[in-house]
Ligand binder design. Structure first.
Ligand code: 5GP
Ligand code: 5GP
Ligand code: 5GP
Length: 210
C-alpha cells in the first residue's frame, strides 16, 4: 500500500506514566517479563494524525507485526516501551497492536523497523520528563499539583507545550496518566501541536508514585 502519508499532517506521540496505569482499580497492571520498568514515562504510541483531529487506522491488513524485523531494538523497546497490561508478557502483543493500528498507516514512509526506531529516537528527545517536573518541585509522591504547573514544567524542558491526559485512581481522583507531544511528518522533531486532544484533567492532578 502506498500514499497514506499524503493525508497525514502530524504524529501524536504518547508517553504514559506507569503509576497511573497501575492504580486505577478497575484493572491492575502487570510488569512485563523484562521486569519492573524504570520509574520514568514510557512510550505508549506514535500515531499519525490529521490536522482536523481525524486519523487513519489499520491501514494494511497484510502487514502484521514481525518481531524479527526489530530484533536489534528489543532491548531498548523493553526499557522504553514495555506493556504494563495483564497478564505479564514480552510486550509483543502491545507492539503488534501499535504497529498494525497506527504504524501501518505510514508504511509508505516507514517500514516497521523505521517506525519503532523513530519512536525510540523521539524518546531520546523527550527524556528526563521526570527530571523536568522535579526541577519544578513536582514529584511522583501521591501529592497533587496544578495542571498548569505540570504543563509549564514540561514545556520548559522540551520547548513545546504538551497536552496532559488524566485518568482516575481507585478513589476517583484525577491523576497524570499521559503526556502528548506532536511531531513533524518525518517523526523526527517535536512541533507545536496543531490539534489538541481534549483536556481530561481537573485543575489539581495527583502524581502517583511508581
Ligand atoms: P480512546 O477512546 O481510548 O481515547 O482511544 C481509543 C483508541 O483510538 C486509541 O487507543 C487510539 O488507538 C485511537 N485514538 C484515539 N484518539 C486518537 C487520536 O487523536 N489520534 C489517533 N491517531 N488515534 C487515536
Ligand atoms: P491504543 O490505545 O494504543 O489503541 O490501544 C492500546 C492497547 O494496547 C489496549 O488494547 C491495551 O489493552 C493494550 N496495552 C497493552 N499494554 C499497554 C500499556 O502498557 N499501556 C496501554 N495504554 N495500553 C496497553
Ligand atoms: P485497550 O484494551 O483497548 O483498548 O484499553 C482500553 C483502556 O483500558 C485503555 O484506556 C487502557 O489504558 C486501559 N487498560 C488496558 N489494559 C489495562 C491494564 O492492564 N491496566 C489498566 N490499569 N488499564 C488498562
Amino acid at each position: 500500500m502506498t500514499g497514506y502519508y499524503i493525508f497525514i499532517s502530524i504524529y501524536l506521540y504518547l508517553l504514559q506514566w506507569p503509576g497511573s496505569f497501575c492504580d486505577t482499580g478497575k484493572q491492575s497492571c502487570c510488569y512485563p517479563n523484562s521486569g519492573k520498568p524504570a520509574s520514568e514515562f514510557l512510550i505508549h504510541g506514535l500515531w499519525p494524525n490529521n490536522n482536523d483531529g481525524s486519523f487513519p487506522s489499520n491501514c494494511d491488513p497484510n502487514s502484521s507485526f514481525d518481531s524479527s524485523q526489530i530484533s536489534d531494538l528489543i532491548n531498548s523497546m523493553d526499557a522504553e516501551w514495555p506493556s504494563m497490561a495483564c497478564p505479564s508478557s514480552n510486550s509483543h502483543s502491545f507492539w503488534a497492536h501499535e504497529w498494525e493500528k497506527h504504524g501501518t498507516c505510514v508504511e509508505s514512509v516507514f517500514n516497521e523497523h523505521d517506525y519503532f526506531k523513530a519512536a525510540l529516537n523521539l524518546k531520546g528527545k523527550a527524556d528526563g520528563i521526570l527530571q523536568m517536573l522535579s526541577s519544578s518541585g513536582i514529584e511522583p509522591n501521591d501529592n497533587s499539583y496544578s495542571l498548569s504547573s505540570i504543563t509549564e514544567a514540561i514545556k520548559g524542558g522540551i520547548g513545546y507545550t504538551p497536552v496532559i491526559e488524566c485518568n482516575q485512581d481507585e478513589s476517583g481522583s484525577s491523576q497524570l496518566y499521559q503526556v502528548y507531544l506532536c511531531a513533524d511528518t518525518s517523526a523526527s522533531n517535536f512541533i507545536t501541536c496543531p490539534v489538541f486532544p481534549t483536556e481530561s484533567c481537573s485543575s489539581d492532578i495527583k502524581f502517583p508514585s511508581f
